[in-house]
Write a protein that binds this ligand. Sequence first.
Ligand code: GLC
Length: 538
Amino acid sequence: MTAALPAPTAAAAAPSRWWRDAVIYQVYVRSFADSDGDGVGDLPGITARLPHLAALGVDAVWLTPFYASPQADGGYDVADYREVDPLFGTLADADRLIATAHEHGLRVIVDVVPNHTSDRHAWFRGALAGGPERDLYHFRPGKGTDGQLPPNDWESVFGGPAWTRTTDPDGTPGDWYLHLFAPQQPDLNWENPAVHAEFDSILRFWLERGVDGFRVDVAHGMVKAPGMPDIGAREQAKMIGSQVLPFFDQDGVHAVHRNWRRLLESYGGERIGVAEAWAPSPERLALYVRPDELHQAFNFQFLGCPWDAEAMRAVVDASLAAAGSVGAPTTWVLSNHDVVRHLSRYGAGDDALGLRRARAAALLMLALPGSAYLYQGEELGLPEVTDLPDEVRQDPSFFRTDGQDGLRDGCRVPIPWEGEEAPYGFGTAAGWLPQPASWRSLSVAAQTGDADSTLELYRRALRLRKELDGLGDGGMRWQQSPPGLLDLVRPGFRCTLNTGPLPVQLPRPGSLLLSSAHLAADGETITLPADSCAWWAI
Ligand code: GLC
């Protein structure tokens, strides 16, 4: 076991600024470990598996929402922010998880979902019944002669209109309410001070239970442009990464984050906020991590970058420059519960190729300055599951888009721990999504001790990252390199990446620390295979 974390106190000593180079492991709660045999992962399951995360060498875990929820969107539809859903356990289980993680030296970050509640939240029920809670959401009369058309042309991120018409208590058609995601996720009205007060209180509730920070869901969404103007274009979800829309990345959201920063700092122990913010450029993303706002923001530009040395170098440079301009650390992320696993993105149908690239990408990511987010199962080299039968799918975006999309179940399949048959130690019953038979050889137990396995590669990389002075937070520079190659230098350290389809010969860059593939050496010349990465001490 690693050293336990000191109990946070208001009078903490010099800050460690731990988050600036932390490796944070995302646990998708439903799919990590099932302790009670219902096929769904839960909090006691996670607690029992914390030694795996401590041995892997990460600094913190981020838990996806485990709050009371009808699960219309995997728990991102919260009915009660201060209760644990019985599917996942109890408040006592959450307390135990937090305490055990701290004993293992792991910090705990939980999700907070402020853009919307569940339609089963007491507030929304009150609103539908015509109570004063209506002003906590966005209700508007419809357009057209009978109000039969939505109030504006905004589209839901999950497809279809972002508005649903309600029925008045007397049974007649009523106003429409806004939901940027599923209809079961009504958007809150952040113009109302009661919404601010409630979320301050929710944050305090979890901070007092000992959490080390929050991942802020849809941190760019809470404030809508005055008057909610039409956009005048279809397929708005595709515009999110490239322009400011009247419902996303409005300047007004920053006041919320400033307030939360003050709240976080009023607690000891360096508690952090990390923004899930989809901003059109690294510069606009950097606004979320100004010194008086959140501590980190996910770097989706890096996640979206193709397997190409030039493109990667450009994203790394732009990310470092933008975050650096406000004094924030950069973050790096390759996968999460909303996107196709990077092994499958890079492999485009060829899992062996994808695995080579995924291993190399992990070494690049962990060599870069800043903080890195790992998504559960990437340390096992799990591919996306692409052949899930429609009847087991649960992602609302699948159903809202006539089954054309549905990209988010294939990365949420329960992870394999051990054993010869499904569910491979995930629990005692079949998991909520079926695991492929090929995952037998990808389990934690199957890979442990196999020096060539992806799990051992991650373990060694994380150990080295801690041991080597100069990795983590700090500077870097590029060494000039042939096309298709990246050659990055940090104090005492060098990382060479070959994204090209052919092996490349190089003068030996230093003494080999770790590589994602076997390297051949001939005297002072080494051969870096196609799609591989190596770390060197210099
Ligand atoms: C975030 C979550 C995603 C969820 C959405 C709505 O993007 O990561 O899973 O569906 O917010 O809450």
